[in-house]
Design a protein around this ligand. Structure first.
Ligand code: ZN
Length: 235
């Protein structure tokens, strides 16, 4: 099999292009990783703010209940002093009945307040948890930030390095071959140049005709798969 220099050049070029494709993908994805870490912190912060808002609402309700309680207590005091100056049994029992209603109201409010105290304690625990979660997310972001920045730098450096190697190889490939290759590369990416194994194109897995098989064996020019247009060769 004599050396097919055009094919060898294209294979070298494709090897670099495959590396460049992976690197470009990484280069585009790294800022997303950073963004996801930021979003995680934002999410935890939002949960903390919301939990804080709920605690404030609970405390406001507790204070309102407390005021209500005090109003009922002073009403009872008023009724008790009124009791000293009543003249008839009817008035007396009316005041007792009113006092009983006030006391029932107070009992109800006190039950609600106990429940609110439970809820407030629960909410304070939730806030502690939210605050810890936020701290962990921030730590996670800090730990990864430098790593990501370093990786970004390495990827950029590799992109420049392999890019310049690619330019050198591309310059010695016949322009018409290179342009055809680059057209296919746009569509097929990392699988632009594929081997034929067991008589099937490894890009589209179609069987090669005897005529193409013969061309592949001859190995004298660039051969394109008739089905998917990829550049094919015998491994
Ligand atoms: Zn094919």
């Amino acid at each position: 099999m004599r050396e097919n220099t055009k094919l060898e050049g294209i294979k070298k070029l494709h090897k670099l292009d495959r590396k460049l494709i992976v690197l470009r993908k990484k280069h585009d994805e790294l800022p997303n990783t950073l963004k996801q870490l930021d979003e995680a912190v934002e999410g935890k912060d939002k949960a903390l703010q919301e939990a804080g808002g709920r605690l404030t609402a609970l405390r406001t309700r507790y204070d309102a209940s407390n005021l209500e309680l005090k109003a009922h207590e002073s009403e009872i005091e008023r009724l008790e002093s009124q009791l000293l100056s009543v003249k008839t049994n009817k008035e007396y029992s009316a005041i007792l009945s009113e006092t009983a209603t006030e006391k029932a109201d107070i009992a109800k409010i006190e039950d609600e307040m106990l429940l609110l105290i439970d809820n407030i304690e629960q909410q304070e625990k939730t806030i502690q948890e939210c605050s810890e979660n936020k701290r962990l997310a921030e730590r996670d972001r800090e730990n990864h930030k430098d790593e990501i920045a370093q990786e970004q730098e390495e990827v950029s450096r590799s992109l420049r390095e392999f890019g310049s190697q690619r330019d050198t190889i591309a310059a010695i490939i016949a322009p018409e071959v290179r342009h055809q290759y680059e057209r296919i590369l746009k569509k097929r990416g990392a699988s632009t140049v594929v081997p034929v194994i067991d008589n099937s194109c490894q890009g589209c897995f179609m069987k090669m005709t005897p005529q193409v098989q013969a061309q592949l064996l001859k190995n004298e020019s660039i051969i394109y798969c008739k089905f998917c247009s990829r550049i094919i060769y015998l491994d």
